[in-house]
Design a protein around this ligand. Sequence first.
Ligand code: HEC
Length: 196
Amino acid sequence: MRSFVARLILLMLMHVAFVRAAEIDPAVMEVGRVQFMMCAACHGKEGEGTAAAPPLAGSEWVGGGAENLIRIQLRGLRGPITVKGREYDIAGGMAPMAYQRDEQIAAVLTYVRQSFGNDAPPVQASEVAALRGEVGKPQLTVADLVPHGQAAPAAVATPSNKYANLDEGESFPRWVVIGIIVALLAGVGLWLAKSK
Ligand code: HEC
């Protein structure tokens, strides 16, 4: 009985550890929040949209493939574009913002995808790096984007939300800590199981 309880506790603790690891790194969200100030100038503080730009909150583009978002930021975008059933064609469109580092672009897009009621997988710096070749090309139009009805590109771009944080150098120490805790708990569990 004691061994059963020990195993059960061990399983529960391991579950908690893995669920925690699947969350978005708060440090990434903080970098994203700061970078978002620039987007907010046009898209609004809560991504609600303004006269200068369509909304990001609830936008099907934001919830769609990460590739679209990365390319929009690297090349800019000009309308017309339909967002939440309304067509926008704002003079000048959106200028490219390619000067930010890969990590900053990944962070701001992750922030947008995880804020204002949006809930889409994080964007990795490696995905931004892979699209750097887009920089300097003309502003995108909707025809250049992957139709957001197709879910597949998003899934391909971010195959595993759960271990996505492993790519980020900063979150590595957290994994070490979680690993040590899990190993310690496993040890205690085994010890409890043996000494029944
Ligand atoms: C100078 C104003 C401006 C800034 C700053 C800006 N955008 Fe935009 N953005 C636009 C406009 C305008 C459009 C729509 C194109 C059009 O109407 O011509 C757009 C469209 C978009 C779209 C696709 C449509 C939608 O609403 O989902 C995304 C995604 C987007 N922007 C993300 C961002 C992000 C992320 C940032 C910050 C890194 C940002 N934008 C900064 C003006 C801006």
